[in-house]
Design a protein around this ligand. Structure first.
Ligand code: CA
Length: 707
């Protein structure tokens, strides 16, 4: 199937006009006077700029001829040195952004002056409920109200002028490990939000709330409940038929933790559903089955939440192949017919183009190295799975590409709707999946049904070097008209930032390396870059005010990759010792400068492990179940939370115990594990960390410690 013509999507044009008609008053405050016209202002009003979430700016004041003169206009220090994943908004002369732990900031779009701030006071102990850091991907705005969803499951409405709280509702069962990291979406008077937690055994759903009152309007469950109440679970029979009986008490997952898109053409809500819980299908659904709606794009009626259609990218998902990655809407000419499509590049490595009026697959092409399936059969819409990748059937480890980190994760992609060129941040990776049947009853344990110790890197520098070289990121420009790649930029590491493309033939992307880059959209040549003093994972925006175009991006290294696989990310992030989280805003001839980063590196302390090989091994097993998600495989930190090898607490068994069992650092997010671990476990973990210090000292492998 071929896409043969180019077209400009209508909503892009409409959104552009709406933006240009917005105004701001003399005090830089949002104005409700939508009748006046000012061509000086072009806003970024929605998460992906417009409903289609193409992340394309119609501005061209900054372009591929003059971008060399782009420089810092102002910056704002964010209050938390954690991952910053949020896309800012700009409405009526005010930049709204949210940062780690859900602090909301309203800033003058031209000067960065703080207009108001809001701290929802998320308990730091919430951090341990989530897999992926205290991150948040953004806010929603409508009709003078800013909406934020918090890590601990609240949906909060704030007055855009004052920051005053208008209403707040709890959207989750707080006795379970639900977290929210996604940005809410708002359309036609309703706010939409999902949640995360599939690695911790929860049941996923998406909810709609009345934007004015916070009253819940509908809820759509993405998987059937294990047992009990099925009220409101629809289409129940369609889902149930695809699951088998199981003895596990772990809820089925399928959390919709990021992408939610409102389709104005069909008045539908499209959302991406995550992986199953646990990953291993033998535990989740021993009799097999597709396990709807895991790893699916689901379309429902935006007003009622009633099911319309779904497309399942990975039936019977087993590799953490979420379909929660950004969904983009477009209109493409498919075989001579103007077609309303949804575009998604989920973790599983195939770029899907789907007819968004009925869910029918149009095309599915690999965008990274993929080994779990040979191809997707376009007739049935189903992947042709490689039997060797089915680790739960073979009982053997299966080295599968992409890994759980995904050929593409949540990092936003961008489409130029005039040329139909898609700019996609990709990553190459592999993971050895090995089935594990042991489950932990603790709610703080990660139960995957997969033995992650199989992925433990041997302490062999040559092996580590080979794995690092096979793990890298790219920015790919793909012509959707021909299906061909036009150009590609490679990065030394994975987990690079989201993408913005502009009418000025520019593509902006921050990278794990700490540089914010501008590429020529035509050939991928690097035209400009800025040393941001920290890894960038968030996506940039662009707006115009006072006749000047601005580009803004949040800086702050974090999320699951640095937390869990520090060993794979530490080199790529230029050796920055710590996050310095900031919002950076650029314009032509900006005069601001960042203060110099002169922080000295930390040194390893001389500690000796007194434990024997057996206690170190036991410590490793405990570490791998409880600690690895935040403190990193091999106890190598990725620069987000403390690298335990550098911890002042490891020298003393008593001090160590005071943290792990006593909870003395709970206010920083390190909760007590006394319900899970005994003193022997805790001491074994300490011995394991000390052994990692020994290894680091012997090899000099000590880069990127946390401060
Ligand atoms: Ca997952």
């Amino acid at each position: 199937m071929r896409i043969i013509n180019r077209s400009v999507s209508m909503p892009y044009i409409v959104a552009g006009l709406v933006s240009i008609c917005s105004v701001f008053n003399a005090f830089g405050q949002p104005s409700d006077n939508d009748g006046a016209v000012s061509v000086d202002v072009v806003e970024w009003k929605l998460h992906g700029n417009d409903y289609y979430e193409q992340r394309y700016s119609p501005l061209s004041d900054i372009n591929n001829m003059n971008v060399a003169n782009l420089s810092l206009a102002w910056y704002f220090d964010l209050p938390e040195s954690r991952g910053q994943e949020a896309t800012p908004l700009m409405i009526g002369g005010v930049v709204y952004t949210t940062s780690a732990w859900n602090h909301v900031h309203a800033l003058s779009a031209t000067t960065g002056e703080v207009l108001w701030e809001f701290d929802p006071k998320v308990p730091k102990s919430t951090g341990v409920k989530g897999c992926c850091g205290a991150v948040t991907r953004g806010l929603a705005y409508s009709d003078g109200t800013v909406f934020q969803a918090t890590l601990d499951g609240r949906l909060i409405a704030l007055d855009a002028k004052s920051g005053a709280k208008l209403w707040s509702v709890n959207t989750v069962d707080t006795s379970k490990n639900y977290t929210i990291t996604g940005a809410p979406r708002v359309a036609r008077g309703k706010v939409y939000i999902g949640n995360g937690g599939a690695e911790y055994g929860v049941q996923g759903y998406v909810s709609a709330y009345d934007a004015k009152t916070g009253k819940r309007v509908w809820r759509f469950y993405t998987v059937p409940p294990l047992s009990g109440d099925t009220d409101g679970v629809e289409p129940l029979e369609m889902m149930r038929e695809t699951w088998s009986e199981t003895e596990t008490q772990i809820d089925r997952g399928g959390t919709a933790w990021d992408s939610i898109v409102y389709d104005p053409d069909t008045n539908s809500l499209l959302f991406g559903v995550g992986n199953g819980s646990p990953w291993n299908p033998n535990i989740r659904s021993p009799g097999g089955g597709d396990n709807l709606f895991l790893s699916s794009i689901v379309s429902v009626d935006a007003d009622s939440g009633e099911y319309k259609w779904h497309y399942q990218t990975t039936p019977g998902e087993a590799w953490d192949y979420t379909a929660t990655q950004p969904i983009m809407l477009a209109e493409l000419d498919i075989d001579g017919k103007q077609t309303k499509v949804a575009i998604q590049a989920p973790k599983n490595g195939f770029l899907y183009i789907i007819d968004r009026t009925n869910g029918k697959l149009i095309s599915a092409d690999k965008f990274v190295d993929v080994t779990w399936a040979s191809h997707v059969d376009l007739e049935s819409g189903r992947p042709v799975v490689n039997p060797e990748a089915e680790y739960w059937k073979t009982g053997k480890p299966a080295l599968v590409k992409p890994s759980w980190m995904g050929g593409h994760n949540w990092h936003s992609m961008s489409l130029n709707p005039k040329t139909n060129v898609l700019f996609l941040p990709t990553q190459e990776s592999a993971f050895p999946y090995l089935a594990e049947n042991e489950q932990s009853p603790s709610r703080l344990a990660v139960n995957l049904g997969v033995d992650t110790k199989a992925a433990g890197l041997p302490d062999d520098p040559a092996v580590i070097k080979a794995v690092k070289e096979a793990t890298f990121g790219s920015l790919v420009a793909k012509d959707l008209t021909t299906g061909k790649d036009i150009w590609r930029v490679n990065y030394p590491g994975v987990w690079n930032g989201g993408v913005l493309s502009t009418e000025g033939d520019l593509v902006f992307q921050g990278a794990a390396t700490g540089y914010f880059n501008a590429y020529n959209a035509k050939d991928g040549s690097l035209l400009w870059r800025f040393n941001a003093q920290g890894g960038i994972v968030a996506a940039p925006i662009s707006y115009k005010i006072g006749g000047e175009q601005y580009v803004a991006v949040n800086v702050g290294w974090g999320g699951i990759m640095p937390l869990m696989t520090g060993v794979l990310t530490q080199d790529s992030a230029l050796g920055y010792a710590v996050n310095k989280s900031r919002l950076l805003v650029f314009k032509m001839g900006g005069k601001a400068q960042l203060p110099a980063d002169d922080r000295p590196p930390l040194q390893l302390q001389a500690h000796k492990s007194t434990g024997d090989a057996e206690s170190i091994r036991k410590g490793y097993e405990v570490y791998d179940r409880y600690c690895v998600v935040c403190h990193g495989a091999g106890a190598i930190g990725g620069g987000v939370v403390p690298d335990l090898r550098f911890s002042g607490f490891i020298g003393s068994p008593e001090a160590w115990k005071s943290v792990v069992l006593g909870g003395v650092l709970e206010s920083r997010g390190m909760v007590s594990f006394k319900a899970e671990l005994d003193e022997g476990d805790v001491e074994n973990v300490r011995e394991y960390i000390l052994d990692r210090v020994r290894y680091a000292q012997e090899t000099g492998d000590t880069v990127r410690p946390y401060r």
